[in-house]
Design a protein around this ligand. Structure first.
Ligand code: DON
Length: 427
């Protein structure tokens, strides 16, 4: 049941536990002091239900994962035209800390590299550094659904050693791209990179983007849907730096990594993912985090270009059909997120029935991940002391040539399944 989704996450995390390649970032000295083995994974459904695996409550610094959120805030506050005049949206193919601007416009190539991120900070309105940071901090906290803290040790450490970012900020000031005093802007940038999050915070922040700016946990609209669409676009093309093409092909989710070891990934309309493991590859991406995202995408069918043919509610109807029997009518094209919704609803209801009937008559198409989950639903129900029947006239879940193996379990009509459930109750 919903436990099945939990098992998938636990298994996908466990598969990478022996992967110890890479090393925590050390160019910010304080970052080298983390436990390199910390490993958390969280997934939030689009209605705000969170699955957690491993060290999902362990805090780490958000680092570059802050960049899409500050960019979104700048777009929300100033509008796209004003932001586009200062920051481009083209993938740079460069390292995150490259001292570079577009040759013609002299503006940073995109908001995901440091040059663009520092320019974005300078656009956030505020009389001084404190006011600017407060605005940013409130925005991140609203996306996460709780008030986030700052790691003062990491902040001080980056401030003391961040000469490369100083070079970038002064270069931008010289081109007239940076608003205000470069040192003040850098101070806010260092603070925003030092905001502490857990993998669950990242999953919730991702779910807010997945819902077009509506936080499903708090029920608050945080940011405009057009701003989110622009932000996710830039995450697709630039979020994983020079690994962007490989990432889009293999994982297919708008994402952003940080040198603190986090990765946030968004499946628009469906779910949000947060992963944490601080050992990094040469590009500054979490080694285990990248593998976990690859496997989540391939095993659960999460690539954003795997599209349903129609977007309709998965659960068409749920009703009691006699004492102790509850029917779940499913419709449309079923992918992971739809199947997760069915399993979770059936689990939450489980006190209300002795036998569940899953009716997939109106399902048009179903991918392998959703098929495995709905087939596994029966095992979960039996383990919980319940009975389970399936109405599957067109062989969506159980192909016609395997129907004999499921004699007495799979039926052509709901009435036949209900009759079987009643018989069982009478025995
Ligand atoms: O600007 C820096 O160096 C850091 N505070 C953030 C860099 C970062 O996370 C790059 N991402 N992989």
């Amino acid at each position: 049941m919903a436990a099945l989704v939990q098992q998938y996450l636990d298994q996908i995390r466990a598969e990478q536990i022996d992967l110890r390649d890479g090393a925590p970032a050390s160019y910010i000295p304080e970052l080298a002091n983390v436990d390199p083995d910390g490993f958390g994974l969280s997934l939030s459904s689009s209605d705000g239900f969170v699955y957690e695996s491993g060290d999902s409550a362990l805090e780490f610094t958000i680092q570059s994962i802050s960049k899409p959120f500050t960019y979104a805030l700048a777009l929300d506050e100033l509008g796209q035209e004003a932001v586009d005049a200062r920051i481009g949206v083209e993938p740079s193919g460069e390292a995150f800390n490259e001292i570079s601007v577009d040759k013609v416009t002299k503006t940073p190539k995109n908001p995901m590299i440091n040059a663009g991120a520092i320019a974005a900070v300078s656009l956030i309105p505020g009389a001084d550094a404190d006011e600017r940071f407060d605005r940013i901090h409130q925005f991140y906290s609203a996306c996460a659904g709780r008030s986030l803290d700052v790691d003062s040790g990491v902040y001080a450490s980056e401030k003391a050693t961040g000469n490369r970012n100083r070079a970038i900020a002064y270069m931008l000031a010289s081109f007239g791209v940076l608003e205000g005093d470069p040192d003040e802007v850098l101070d806010v940038y260092f603070r925003q990179c030092s905001v502490k999050v857990t993998s669950t915070d990242l999953a919730r922040m991702a779910a807010t983007l997945a819902r077009g700016g509506f936080n499903p946990l708090t029920g608050r609209r945080i940011v405009d849907a057009n701003v989110v669409r622009r932000t996710l676009s830039v995450m697709v093309t630039c979020g994983m730096y020079d690994a962007a093409g490989d990432w889009v092909s293999a994982v297919g989710m708008p994402a952003k990594s940080g040198v603190g070891g986090g990765i946030v990934a968004v499946l628009p309309g469906q779910l949000g993912i947060g992963v944490y493991s601080p050992r990094l590859d040469s590009r500054g991406n979490s080694v285990r985090g990248v593998e976990v995202c690859r496997n989540l995408s391939s095993q659960l069918g999460l690539h954003f270009l795997t599209v349903s043919r129609e977007s309709s509610a998965t659960l068409r109807a749920v009703f009691d059909a006699g004492p102790g029997v509850r029917v779940y009518e499913v419709q449309g094209d079923l992918l992971f997120a739809g199947a997760e919704q069915v399993l979770r609803t059936a689990q939450q209801d489980s006190g209300r029935y002795d036998a569940a009937v899953l009716d997939v008559t109106r399902v048009d198409d179903i991918d392998d991940a959703a098929r495995r989950m709905l087939t596994g639903m029966r095992a979960g129900l039996l383990a919980a002391g319940k009975e389970a029947f399936l109405v599957d006239p067109d062989g969506r879940l159980v192909p016609a040539d395997r129907r004999d193996d499921y004699d007495g379990i799979v039926f052509r009509t709901v009435d036949q399944a209900l009759e079987a459930a009643r018989q069982l109750g009478a025995d």
